[in-house]
Write a protein that binds this ligand. Structure first.
Ligand code: 8HG
Length: 293
């Protein structure tokens, strides 16, 4: 448990004595696309059909626009607060090379996000850049999600598979997903028709889950690893994109190693903590724009 005490006030929940919880580390480390930094440094996001605002004040975290009931049933797990990240950081920090990345992103937590949203988001992420992915996901939500109001502003939920089913390929393409539109349409269809059940895939062992997700069109090993890590709590996943590749080359490997080899090397080295190690590395590499030549 990474907080000491819980207080409910009108429209908010206050977590006292929180450890390993830094807003930019959590929301800008690459795992999510729908959280936005505000001018006062709070972050506002939409998840589980609700708008939520997060504020960090010394060692306290204030969750605005929520209550104790939703905290216990949604947000405690969403923010992975039952886990002790000090133990993870201590274990990973035994490796003096990885310690540098862990010390840099010490406030990272892996969010437990919703599988359908993450499936569509990471299909959209293939060969794409994060600002473009964010824009496409926002467009999908605006067009097919439900409206929510918070502090005089309008927000949109990520749509259900049923709400998205009515979309044509041309309509999805027009939202900025490019060639991935056909994969998105296929994904929606398999989920709605029940050809592939995300709930079932989530219940499988890490390796079977990884294979199950690759059954979706447009989901290769990297995208599969992201989906299982960010929405299915499969922490032996080790997604290797260009940043993780560079980080692994920078810290560990000779420069010309293939992606599957880097994935196998990372999983062998970090075991059940591979997904966490990967997130510290991704954040470190991207924020420091590391280059290998
Ligand atoms: O958190 C992420 N980890 C990895 N390994 N890759 C990611 C994450 N988030 C994210 O968007 N990506 C991918 O990186 C998507 C896209 O291919 C690229 C953008 O830098």
């Amino acid at each position: 448990m990474d907080f000491k005490e819980l207080i409910e006030e009108e429209g908010k929940v206050i977590l006292k004595g929180v450890t390993s919880f830094e807003l930019p580390h959590i929301f800008d480390c690459g795992q999510c696309f729908r959280w936005h930094r505000q001018s006062n440094d709070n972050y506002i996001g939409v998840a589980f059909g609700k708008v939520i605002e997060v504020e960090k004040c010394d060692k306290d975290v204030i969750l605005h626009n929520t209550n104790l009931e939703d905290f216990n049933s949604i947000w405690c797990d969403y923010f992975d607060l039952r886990r002790n990240y000090s133990d993870i950081k201590e274990e990973l920090g035994k490796d003096p090379l990885l310690k540098k990345a862990v010390d840099f992103g010490y406030g990272i937590r892996l969010l437990q996000q919703e599988p359908f949203e993450i499936l569509i988001s990471f299909i959209t992420s293939a060969n794409n850049r994060i600002p473009m992915i964010k824009r496409a996901i926002e467009n999908i939500s605006k067009t097919y999600g439900n409206q929510l109001e918070y502090n005089g502003k309008t927000y949109y939920t990520f749509p259900t598979p049923e709400a998205l089913e009515k979309a044509t390929m041309e309509e999805i393409e027009a939202l900025g997903v490019g060639f991935r539109a056909k994969y998105i349409i296929d994904g929606i269809k398999s989920v709605v028709e029940g050809t592939r059940s995300l709930e079932h895939i989530k219940s499988l062992s890490d390796d079977d889950c990884h294979e199950g997700l690759k059954g979706f069109n447009g989901v290769g090993p990297k995208v599969s690893d992201c989906i299982m890590l960010f929405s299915m709590q499969k922490y032996s996943a080790f997604p290797v994109d260009v940043w993780v590749k560079r980080a692994m080359q920078f810290f560990y490997l000779a420069p010309d190693v293939s992606l599957p080899k880097i994935r196998a090397f990372g999983r062998e080295k970090f075991g059940e903590l591979s997904g966490f190690a990967q997130q510290y590395l991704f954040y470190y590499a991207r924020e420091n724009n590391i280059k290998i030549d």
